[in-house]
Design a binder for this molecule. Structure first.
Ligand SMILES: [Zn+2]
Length: 163
């Protein structure tokens, strides 16, 4: 599953395409979308990784909260899309920690799903294994930047052309 860097780039790429400014400028919007792209992994703090926050139920809830807070459907869609980008990238990533995959379709089912075609490498949290933790994660992050960086750049370019 991608690193926070990859998730940030994914959130930015989608968010900027849908609602570039959030009423405060592109940079604030980009930082917001990056944070939202990373946010589903906060479930690591409560020991329930890749479950509820990695689901269509969470995307729907995020949309409703964003809509209530902003009262702007386009902004709510952009924020929900940035969150949903996390699910898509995790689904496309190699996962080496059980349960494998994400609980993508909760609340309809608690099954975990993972693509059989891996685009992104697994990110290791095993800090006591320097080869995996340092070099493996650097290689994974570089791959994410090579794949998602151009998408975020294209999104930025499209946003700038609109203005
Ligand atoms: Zn995740």
């Amino acid at each position: 599953m991608p690193s926070p860097l990859g998730h940030a780039l994914g959130g930015i790429a989608l968010g900027w395409l849908i609602a570039p400014r959030l009423g405060r400028g592109a940079a604030v919007a980009g930082v917001t979308y990056a944070a939202i792209g990373i946010a589903p992994d906060l479930d690591l703090l409560v020991g329930s990784h890749s479950t509820y926050t990695h689901s269509v139920g969470a995307v729907g809830l995020v949309f409703l909260v964003a809509l209530a807070a902003s009262r702007r459907p386009r902004v709510a869609v952009a924020i929900a899309a940035a969150w949903a980008s996390h699910l898509a990238l995790d689904w496309l990533g190699s996962d080496t920690s059980p349960p494998i995959g994400i609980m993508a379709l909760w609340p309809f089912t608690r099954e975990h799903y993972q693509s059989s075609f891996y685009v992104f490498d697994a990110v290791s949290r095993r800090y006591w294994l320097p080869d995996q933790f340092v070099w493996g994660n650097l290689r994974a992050a570089a791959k994410e930047v090579l794949i998602l960086g151009p998408l975020a750049a294209v999104s930025y370019w499209i946003m700038k052309r609109r203005n």
